[in-house]
Design a protein around this ligand. Structure first.
Ligand code: SF4
Length: 475
């Protein structure tokens, strides 16, 4: 059985706990299957001659061959493999392939648990590695549950009127803990084996009950996944790979969920909540430096093709716009390479990307996303927004009209014109694309979060000292 088939079989055995549009659905629902089709891309890469040298690595825990997406990076090479494979796989999907976020979570937990054990004498690190061995052996697919609802933004977790607005520990038992609350924006949760929870922010001593990290099967008792599904429009005549995959995001509710101790990786160590939150963010922003260039690759290809189909492929302003897109893609990608090359080994042995470069790359991607839609829509013109439905192109009474009046540059068939413009419509002018426009700004951390991260870690004094030296100013 392939890894994908094993994954699908596990999911189909799960208890139905997904709610979409007022109904409770099982994991055999086509909307869930569209998400599973997306996950399939990373499983299939493990046996694909084009990708398997990157997709399969040796486990640092067992020495066995495992999926790259269950591995905690040990060196620059591991990070570079991730970055390259993420760009390749996101390019194949035309968007987020979704498997990296759990990898970012396990990488962060592997570091924070060691630091907690070293400083506080806790026993989380080995416990986490025992869990990770199980995760690697079964090639699981995880969701990252980080973002709390946060309630009143001016208040800390313990100051909220409703204490569940941040996920918290409500009971500690001999055999485990009970948690209550929810996590938001949980992409992939409805078709993940496990939900891996980390704190959303730094905490104070009074917030200790909210400093919690654990892993739990996504159909565990007390979990409800209140989800929405996004998928490019279904096709009837001109089928295309882009339209066969989808995504689901959930508001994941934990209603008195029991988590056994062997799956708990932080419980009250408030001093490390911010560290773990930021570790996850750093890895995820690093991942973004691989996936976002793949999205820009699609913008570049679509802009170049639609300019060509419109007969203006050689116009100077089009060439300039294409160059701007290329610069965005390659600067973000270069930031990821720099983060990998100048990363550092943590005390746990896990290799951490350089925070400055992963944040700078993610920031640059986030602030450019709407500019990329701008360039594509300006080049394509209005047809992606107003073109008639696909079925009309196959209605015998009007097919001739639509074929004739959608033609542009001679020599390009009516069907290819139709395919390209419908792809651009789905990619940039649809309910699906609206989700990705917001995700392009906020996924992995909004630009303001990268600015805060960079500002608070930057050596500004060194720059001022430099100018003092140049200007001859003595302290
Ligand atoms: Fe990974 Fe996030 Fe990019 Fe999706 S958007 S491929 S989860 S980094």
């Amino acid at each position: 059985m392939s890894s994908y088939e094993a994954y699908k079989e596990r999911l189909l055995k799960m208890k139905p706990n997904i709610y979409v549009g007022g109904e409770k659905i099982g994991r055999n629902d086509p909307r869930v299957e569209a998400g599973m089709n997306m996950i399939r891309v990373s499983y299939d890469a493990e046996t694909d001659p084009q990708f398997k040298d990157k997709a399969i690595v040796k486990s640092s825990l067992t020495g066995k061959n495992i999926s790259l997406y269950t591995h905690v990076p040990q060196n620059t090479e591991d990070l570079l493999k991730r970055q390259k494979l993420t760009r390749d796989l996101c390019g194949l999907c035309g968007g987020c392939f979704q498997r990296c976020m759990a990898n970012d979570t396990i990488s962060g937990i592997s570091i924070a648990t060691k630091e907690m054990d070293d400083d506080l004498g806790t026993e989380y690190h080995q416990r986490f590695f025992n869990y990770l061995k199980y995760y690697q052996k079964n090639n699981l697919c995880g969701n990252a549950g980080q973002t709390d609802i946060k309630g009143d933004r001016s208040k800390r977790p313990h100051e909220q009127v409703d204490p569940d607005l941040y996920l918290r520990v409500v009971e500690k038992r001999k055999d485990g803990i009970v948690v209550c609350g929810s996590k938001a924006h949980n992409t992939i949760a409805p078709y993940a084996d496990e939900i891996i929870v980390v704190p959303t922010r730094a905490m104070t001593k009074d917030d200790a009950d909210w400093a919690v990290s654990f892993a739990i099967p996504s159909d565990a008792e007390g979990i409800s996944l209140i989800a929405r599904a996004s998928q490019p429009r279904a096709r009837t005549h001109i089928k295309a790979p882009f339209n066969e995959r989808g995504v689901m995001d959930s508001l994941t509710v934990f209603d008195n969920v029991f988590v056994p101790w062997e799956r708990v990786f932080m419980c009250g160590e408030w001093q490390y909540a911010g560290r773990l939150a930021l570790l996850f963010a750093n890895y995820h922003r690093f991942s973004y430096c691989g996936c976002k260039p793949a999205m820009t690759d699609v913008f570049i290809g679509a802009t170049a093709m639609v300019a060509e189909y419109n007969g203006v492929g050689n116009a100077p302003h089009i060439k300039d716009d294409l160059a701007k897109l290329m610069v965005t893609a390659e600067l973000v990608y270069a930031a990821g390479i720099a983060a990998a090359v100048t990363g550092k080994k943590s005390s746990s042995g896990t290799f951490e990307p350089n925070f400055m470069y992963s944040n700078a790359g993610r920031y640059h991607a986030g602030v450019n996303i709407f500019h990329e839609y701008d360039i594509l829509s300006a080049t394509a013109g209005g047809w992606p927004a107003t073109m008639p439905y696909e079925e009309d192109f196959y209605n015998k009474d009007i097919k001739g009209f639509l074929d004739k009046y959608s033609m542009r540059k001679p020599g390009i068939s009516a069907e290819d014109q139709h395919r390209l413009f419908r792809f651009i419509s789905d990619f940039s002018c649809s309910a699906w694309s609206g989700v990705w426009q917001y995700a392009g700004v906020h996924g992995g951390g909004s630009p303001i979060m990268e600015m805060i991260g960079i500002r608070s870690n930057y050596d500004l004094k060194a720059k001022k000292d430099l100018v003092k030296h140049l200007a001859g100013i003595k302290d």
